[in-house]
Design a protein around this ligand. Sequence first.
Ligand SMILES: [Zn+2]
Length: 182
Amino acid sequence: MEKDSLKVSTVKNEFVDLRLLHREENGVLRDNMSNRRVIIFSCSAYRAMCDSLYDQFQSGAGVILYRMGEGYGRKLVKGVPQLGMSKEEIVDALGKLAHVAGWGKLTINISENSNGDAVLEDSPFTLRRNDIGPTTCHFMSGVLVGGASELFGMEYKAQEVKCASRDESKVCRFAIHTKKSD
Ligand SMILES: [Zn+2]
């Protein structure tokens, strides 16, 4: 698939096609947009991995998840074909990619040199443990930080300010700060 087609289809929201993947004979799965190898990874497996991290590292697990998300977010932005796209269009495309990837409904409000925020409905990263704080989507906070830092070429921080793990709204809210605003 041509790289330009990702731009067109994400911006116009035309790829609601569920045939996202193809399987090669040797058991390798690739996505049909970028041809990158992917794996199917259940949300319960993600939570089980997080449980192991928390059992071992307690609150340090949140830092590990945040840093993992940061790397993921940087890679995500690098992977979006950016030719001819404004930064606003790239932010919009990332929200649509998250939707396609099953991350829930992600809305990001951010522009260059300013603080921003994000809302994620039906996050797959929500954890329900009694021994961690009121917010649990540290991986997603990291994704937002990595993505923003990569896209705008400056350092950001992100913090989840409200997590669906603590109420029934199914909505997680994140604040994204430029480090200069500290
Ligand atoms: Zn959350």
